[in-house]
Design a protein around this ligand. Structure first.
Ligand code: ADP
Ligand code: MG
Length: 699
């Protein structure tokens, strides 16, 4: 049984093994060179690869191919073309050329472009990304591609990521060479995205408009039991869920996605899947494919997979922990504290670069995780606060302190002090404590960015992180440039001393969920940007525009386009939510309230007629409560409808987003609070939609 897994793994992927068997040797070598060094691909190689791909795809049942890309919706897009070519006499052959492999020209007018591409110039290009393997899904050959406009501007999530990986590699190699490590010719960013999700029964799901249209409940009285018993996290997995997880693993493995860990999460009906880390670009593609596969496999099991960041009020929402590191092409993880002083110098330089990057661009890190959905999570004492800070753990903090204060670092246990000539402390791998409240935690040999929401593309934070770290490394390079090798250790010591003094304000090892931290963070001068509209103006601030334009990640136009799209997405999302709420309250909820009030009143009248001396005070109180709420909700739904239409009519996107935050959301909160209070008084069978209790505990 288990022996079949190695065979199953990657069986739908045009991977190295397939390429080696299918491609002529010289073509294979040329392709590998392109994949590994990013060199230009000649047309004859592309033609050869196309033939091999088509042959393999057809052998495996594919009839179509698609250029698969990641527009700025955050989802993926695809358009399928069949391989058939007329061959005369009404016959066809299956054909696929290098040109078709390398470039596509989808009509791009209906994808968000933030004004980058006027609709009259609808053409966009998709360009094959040979660094992410093609695969077969549902009878189609999927070719991962980048998506850009006619003028070459990036219209997707992949292009900037590839650019940022390249820049980071270049800057990292430069400083590694300066530090004496001359063997390295490239570094790659590695990502392990842990994916959280909810599973609910499909039939129940279909009865709730809010889940169908918004992916989250807009109101709902809490179930008598939530997550307070802490019995779901790592709890035993129910058979129906286990069957889903089993199928999911197999589907993911076929795509060559290294699904590794599965378990129940904190909230009822919440679960997690973590893959083994991969190169950033592949990890991002694989995470998109994972989300897609989760939804599909759920359907097969009569379930719905909710990827929304906050499907239910009052219990935890879902995140996506972005585990990030950098490793050299000779296989060294640069965030692994080494076993020699030389390796530790490298480690400290890269560690310090990350600290500096996150401190200097904390606002951009926050923006990279911002969306209407994720705003419900951040700062809710279930996910990290909206304040970006770094957890280093006691040991590493002490190491940096000892450098800052020129004191030797030797008191801690598990630490070996390198005495003698070495100025830098020598320490063994840091066994970091767990701190679940930190948005950005060092976890031994990688950083874990925990702000990202479950639905987001993993691309966003990594573009920021890669670029900001590249910038920090470049600055460090200039500080160290010209240092003689024998003085290097001292120079690095001094550099870290300067840097930690400047950036230690972003290091925080305490509990991020407390009010004291919010106050302290403000005193330290850290950003606290609770909502998407709060952080968006930072996106277009000079320092951030400079960072991305300097390193060729985005042009100024591309930044403004992305800024517009993010705001627009926020406003549209809240628009849909407000309209859905109004609809659901009016058509589903209020009739139940009225019916139930009528029933109670009729019952009471009946009893009174039977025995006129009976007190009806409980019934009267209930009917009056229901009736008051009916009036309140009716009036406020009318207000909400007016406010949302006014808001959606605002042309300036920042102003519209501000209005969502200040007017629409508070109105929705007030309505939800009242509806929840009343829903708790109404029997389940009187309600036209399933309650939290059913949704969360039915499986
Ligand atoms: P934790 O116990 O902190 O969750 P794990 O070892 O289970 O740590 O790793 C969590 C995620 O981090 C996994 O997806 C794993 O593959 C990933 N990860 C481990 N090492 C690295 C690395 N060097 N770069 C990026 N991700 C990594
Ligand atoms: Mg983790």
């Amino acid at each position: 049984m288990t022996n079949e897994i190695p065979e199953l793994y990657g069986s739908l992927v045009f991977n190295d093994k397939v390429m080696r068997t299918k491609l002529p040797k010289d073509m294979y070598k040329a392709l590998k060179k392109t994949i590994e060094n990013g060199t230009h691909l000649e047309l004859d190689v592309a033609n050869s690869v196309a033939v091999a791909m088509k042959e393999w795809a057809v052998e495996n049942g594919a009839t179509h191919y698609t250029h698969w890309f990641q527009p700025m919706t955050g989802f993926t897009a695809e358009k399928h073309d069949s391989f058939i070519q007329p061959a005369g006499d009404g016959e066809v052959i299956m054909e696929f050329s290098g040109k078709e492999l390398v470039k596509g020209e989808p009509d791009a007018s209906s994808f968000p472009s933030g004004g980058l591409r006027a609709t009259f110039e609808a053409r966009g290009y998709t360009a094959w990304d040979p660094t992410s393997p093609a695969f077969i899904k549902d009878g189609t050959l999927y070719i991962p591609t980048a998506f850009c406009s006619y003028g070459g501007q990036a219209l997707d999530k992949k292009t900037p990521l590839l650019r940022s990986m390249e820049v980071l590699s270049e800057k990292a190699v430069k400083i590694l060479h300066l530090l004496g490590n001359k063997d390295v010719t490239g570094v790659s960013t590695t990502i392990g995205p842990e994916q959280e999700y909810f599973l609910v029964d499909k039939e129940l799901y279909n009865k709730r408009k809010d889940l169908v249209f918004c992916g989250r409940t807009l109101f709902g009285a809490p179930a008598p039991k939530g997550q307070e018993m802490e019995d779901h996290y790592f709890g035993s997995i129910k058979p129906r869920i286990a069957a889903f997880m089993h199928d999911l693993d197999r589907e993911l493995w076929k795509y060559g996605i290294p699904a590794k860990t599965k378990h129940n999460e904190v909230a009822p009906a919440q679960h997690e899947m973590a893959p083994i880390f991969e190169t950033a670009n592949v990890a991002v593609d694989h995470n998109q494919l994972t989300m897609d596969t989760m939804k599909k496999v759920a359907e097969k099991h009569g379930l719905k997979c909710l990827l929304h960041e906050k499907p239910f009020e009052g219990i935890n929402g879902s995140g996506k922990h972005n585990n990030w590191s950098v490793s050299t092409n000779d296989g060294v993880n640069l965030l692994n504290p080494g076993s020699t002083p030389a390796q530790n110098i490298q480690f400290l330089v890269f560690l310090m670069a990350v600290i500096k990057a996150v401190d200097d661009y904390a606002d951009m890190m926050r923006i990279s995780a911002s969306s209407a959905g994720n705003d419900h999570r951040l700062g809710g004492n279930e996910a990290p606060p909206a304040i970006v800070s770094i957890f280093l753990g006691d040991e590493l903090t002490a190491v940096l302190q000892s450098i800052e204060n020129d004191t030797y670092f030797g008191k801690q246990e598990k630490v070996q002090l390198e005495t003698g000539a070495h100025v830098l402390p020598h320490f063994v791998k840091d066994n970091t404590d767990r701190n679940r409240t930190s948005p950005f935690a060092f976890t031994g040999n990688k950083f874990e960015f925990r702000m990202l929401g479950s639905a987001a593309s993993v691309s966003n934070p990594n573009v920021v992180l890669n670029t900001a770290v590249a910038e920090a490394l470049e600055q460090f390079y200039h500080e160290l440039e010209g240092t003689k090798p024998e003085d290097m250790e001292h120079a690095v010591h001094e550099l870290i001393k300067r840097a930690i003094r400047k950036h230690k304000k972003v290091v925080f090892n305490g509990n991020g969920y407390t009010d004291e931290w919010v106050k302290e963070a403000e005193e330290r001068g850290l950003y606290n940007l609770p909502t998407t509209p709060d952080c968006m103006p930072k996106f277009i601030e000079d320092k951030n525009v400079e960072l991305f334009t300097k390193h060729g990640i985005f042009t100024k136009e591309e930044i403004f386009a992305r800024y517009e799209i993010l705001l627009e997405n926020y406003v549209k999302t809240i628009g849909i939510e407000a309209r859905t709420m109004a609809d659901m309250l009016t058509k589903d909820f209020l009739p139940s309230v009225s019916n139930y009030a009528g029933k109670i009143a009729a019952n009471a009248a009946g009893k009174k007629a039977f025995m006129p001396t009976l007190s009806m005070s409980a019934e009267e109180a209930l009917v009056s409560k229901l009736t008051d709420a009916y009036e309140f909700i009716t009036e406020n739904v009318a207000d909400l409808k007016k406010i949302i239409e006014e808001t959606l009519a605002i042309e300036d996107m920042q102003a519209a987003a501000d209005a969502c935050r200040d007017k629409v959301l508070p109105k929705m909160d007030a309505l939800a609070a009242r509806a929840n209070e009343i829903e708790a008084l109404i029997p389940d069978e009187e309600l036209p939609y399933p309650t939290y209790e059913k949704l969360l505990f039915a499986i």
